[in-house]
Design a protein around this ligand. Structure first.
Ligand code: NAP
Length: 314
């Protein structure tokens, strides 16, 4: 697994260890990994494609999950070349090494690519599904699109590659640089009297937000499914950022959220899609995938966590 220390990676590690799977994960060189965590960390930078390839050849894994890389659209505008390298070329190195292991061993290797709804750019159809045209509008989406196409290319060569087109998924492990966590943390801190305002960008953007452990479950199901292919993983329901704000503040006990939230147009992102919402029908029908958390439940879980972090009266 690449990206084992990220949001999804941390849930995937827990999930696989609970199944008794032997887990090896890449960590960024210099990152601290607690000892005795039950899995084996390997310090490999994803930009080091020779190192990545050598690791896959040496471990000869049954399943490869590619979760690492730059995962934010905003960061991809700041670092477009690094995004192409970490989220485009690193997946290519992994796919190629996985095929080499398969060819050398005669044993099937299954690869899951964590793709993204951002490959669809500004889609002209709602909801998006596996047949929606790939037309990214930012460097992150373009790097993910490159890897998504390569997944199909290596599938043609006989590798079992699942490209999971993940729509936004959140959890208390989401970094505070992402809008959802920024909102839940802000609401919790305002409720506890630690802050008095929250500054946000586009309140009108509509996104399809799901619960991260559910999306990890979809990736495991895709790896184990008989057929390889593309899988849209989404809830099928879109909410505006403003809906997220209202729900988060209400959960924190604040009904007049407008008093605390300020909009800074400087935070608006170029090429931001007005609406992304996925149709998870294929994953539900063929992978037997279901969700455990709806929108209200995921906002509630994140706010409750941030209220606990903020401390003070319950
Ligand atoms: P995340 O929390 O940002 O995790 C990314 C992981 O990649 C981290 O472990 C990070 O390590 C690692 N990484 C970054 N640069 C690296 C480098 N140069 N060398 C080695 N490791 C590096 O992302 P996530 O939310 O778990 O998402 C998992 C995957 O799903 C990503 O590929 C993301 O693009 C994709 N995805 C996520 C969403 C979503 O809503 N979460 C939606 C669509 C697709 P550090 O901790 O050291 O930075």
């Amino acid at each position: 697994m690449t990206g084992a220390t990220g949001q999804d990676g941390s849930y995937l590690v827990e999930r696989l260890l609970a199944e008794g799977v032997v887990v090896h994960g890449t960590v960024r060189p210099g990152d601290e990994v607690p000892v005795g965590v039950g899995w084996t960390p390997h310090a490999v930078d994803l930009a080091d494609r020779d190192g990545l390839r050598a690791l896959v050849l040496r471990l000869a894994p049954d399943e490869v999950y590619n979760l690492g890389g730059i995962s934010s659209v905003a960061r991809s505008w700041a670092e477009p070349e690094a995004t192409a390298e970490l989220s485009g070329l690193a997946p290519l190195a992994l796919l190629d090494a996985a095929l080499a292991v398969q060819d050398a061993s005669g044993r099937a290797v299954r690869v899951v690519q964590a793709s993204s709804a951002e490959i669809f750019g500004h889609p002209d159809r709602v909801p998006q599904d596996e047949s929606t045209p790939v037309a990214p509008r930012n460097p992150y989406g373009a790097a993910k699109a490159f890897a998504h196409h390569l997944a199909a290319v290596y599938r043609e060569r006989g590798l079992h590659v699942a490209s999971c087109v993940l729509f936004n998924h959140e959890s208390p492990r989401r970094p505070e640089t992402f809008v959802t966590r920024k909102i839940t943390r802000g609401a919790a801190r305002i409720a506890r009297g630690l802050d008095d305002r929250l500054v946000l960008g586009n309140l009108a953007a509509r996104r399809d937000w799901g619960w991260a452990p559910d999306y990890v479950d979809a990736m495991v199901r895709a790896a184990r499914h008989d057929g390889a292919g593309d899988w849209v993983v989404a809830t099928g329901r879109a909410h505006a950022v403003e809906d997220f704000v209202r729900a988060a503040f209400a959960r924190a006990g604040i009904d007049d959220w407008e008093r605390y939230v300020h909009v800074d147009t400087g935070l608006l992102r170029p090429g931001d899609a007005p609406e992304l919402v996925g149709d998870p029908g294929r994953a539900e029908r063929e992978l037997g995938w279901t969700r455990t958390h709806d929108f209200e439940a995921l906002v509630g879980a994140m706010v409750d966590h941030d209220l606990a972090v903020a401390g003070g009266a319950a």
